[in-house]
Design a protein around this ligand. Sequence first.
Ligand SMILES: [Zn+2]
Length: 301
Amino acid sequence: MLTRILQLSALVGMLGGLCLGQPSPRQRATHVIVIGYDGLSPRGLAEASTPNMDRLLAAGASTMTARAVMPTSSSSNWGSMIMGVGPEQHGITSNEWQPDKYTIAPSVPGPAGFSETMFSVLRRARPSAHIAVFHDWKDFGRLVEPDVPNHISHEMGPRLTMRKAVDYFKHHKPQLLFVHLDHIDTAGHRAGWHTDTYREAVELADQLTGDLVKAVEEAGIMNQTAFLLTADHGGIGTKHGGETMEELLIPWFVAGPGVAKGRKLSQPVNTYDTACTTLALLGVTPPSVWICRPVAEAFAE
Ligand SMILES: [Zn+2]
């Protein structure tokens, strides 16, 4: 009899899934902060003293073998991270790409003519959502639909970029805040990946990350805020853009409400999964044309 009841309930469950289709993901966080560190490799993170990142790492779910997309250039990877698709779909195959200058057309043009970003998807799902972007590399700006974020600005240098982001957070408490820091990549190009100069750049990034965490704590909304920390690519020698594991592997970690504490992810994570996971944390269904998946293994339930 018990077996029969279990069979019946399994059947009802299956039918329910078929009839109702994909439910919207449950909203886990009211605020999501994504920090992207240009050129931060897993090895670079391991070799530096990073107490603030370590704290988030211990509090959340992480992998040090997440993958960038090919080519391991900045634009193709920042694009993938926020557009939920890879270069084959968004067509951003080099830093030469411009919204009106490319050789590979976007498979599904979004509202601005290029592949839609997670900022635009959130704006459509939640018209009143507060969205802010601070980027330390000027060319990041062209990857975002101009009229979508409430605020988007290019700031000069990591300290000013984070200071502006922290001030903005204190005043507006955006639902989605994206901060791009460029200086680790700069250190890699100038002195070499995994040199002392590079390590010092990682340690500065950690201090600045701590400033933002502190602002969230002081605002009293740490328990509603998820942090997702990652990079666009690693590096080797003084370069990236090539085909080595040192360039391909990136750190990826998330911490906050509804996220498993201290879980080492065993499933593969690709950089475009950041877009799906960010939206999933906010309870927003990703567009069906995206190829990313929310990193479900990172969620506590
Ligand atoms: Zn880069």
